[in-house]
Design a protein around this ligand. Structure first.
Ligand SMILES: [Zn+2]
Ligand SMILES: [Zn+2]
Length: 271
């Protein structure tokens, strides 16, 4: 398959349970070209992973993974920072970004509302108002945060599906200006857009972001795409990568990127 999965959690995240070196062995079996590991760095007290990041332990597990990998598969060290537009200063007191290959920015929760990926927040609110706020806050995040990759844009569909609510609306028709603006900002700031395939294993059966948004990004001249499975545990290891690759080729992308020392490097998508 020769892809690099740029969104893989190890047991260094409280919500994931496979050691990095074991994931390297699994990646070799699947013929991956590389693995971009991430650990959650969440400083929102409401987040399940709050305070769960131990840099020295994470360093050790990446070292072990690199030893297991040798030169057979690329091992990249990243972090997934939750709400970096709000917590960046605190995160940077804990973590020196220059020690990482990449920093992924993720919006998991909305200020004053709560976690978008669970069902709870949708119980007594208009779900479209929440989704609109999600995109407004995503815009704030990509404008302000020091980040290399925009993670799983559209993750609210997981929460909507769990809550039994409708999730097959087209946000590009509802808030075209905001989404256009987000894509303009990430193109301008050279932040890569992640095609996250974890929605393909869930009820909503959709990528984050949607195909329509990926196609718009391409039409606007966007070129920096990463692919990530958001692997956390069995049975979904590196799930949806070949499907993701197929979708990107359908849209007309010929390359994806990965990051080393925070610099984007291109990789051919075509065989
Ligand atoms: Zn995430
Ligand atoms: Zn993640």
């Amino acid at each position: 398959m020769f892809l690099i999965d740029m969104h893989v959690h190890t047991d260094d995240s409280p919500d994931a349970d496979i050691p990095a070196n074991e994931l390297v062995a699994r990646g070799l079996n699947m013929n991956l070209a590389g693995i971009g590991f991430v650990a959650h760095v969440d400083l929102d007290p409401e987040d399940y992973c709050y305070g769960g990041f131990e840099e020295s332990i994470y360093n050790r597990s990446i070292d072990l993974a690199r030893r297991e990998a040798g030169n057979r598969i690329l091992v990249l060290k990243g972090i997934e920072v939750g709400e970096p537009h709000i917590y960046e200063e605190q995160v940077k007191n804990l973590v020196d970004y220059s020690n990482y290959d990449f920093v992924t920015g993720a919006l998991h929760s909305l200020a004053g509302i709560g976690m978008v990926l669970g069902s709870e927040i949708y119980a007594d609110r208009d779900s479209l108002v929440i989704v609109e706020q999600y995109y407004n806050e995503t815009l704030q995040m990509v404008k302000e945060a020091d980040m290399d990759i925009l993670a799983h844009m559209g993750l609210f569909r997981r929460g909507l599906a769990l809550a039994g609510l409708e999730y097959d609306f087209n946000e590009l028709e509802l808030w075209p200006d905001t989404i256009l603006h987000i894509l303009e900002v990430i193109i301008d700031r050279e932040i890569a857009l992640e095609l996250n395939t974890s929605g393909l294993r869930r009820k909503e059966n959709i990528t984050y972001p949607t195909m329509d948004i990926l196609a718009l990004y391409k039409n606007m001249g966007g070129q920096l795409i990463t692919v990530g499975s958001d692997t956390h545990r069995e049975p979904y290891i590196f799930y949806g990568l070949s499907e993701g690759r197929k979708l990107l080729i359908e849209i007309g992308f010929t390359e994806t990127v990965f990051f080393r020392n925070r610099i984007p490097l291109r990789r051919n998508l075509l065989p």
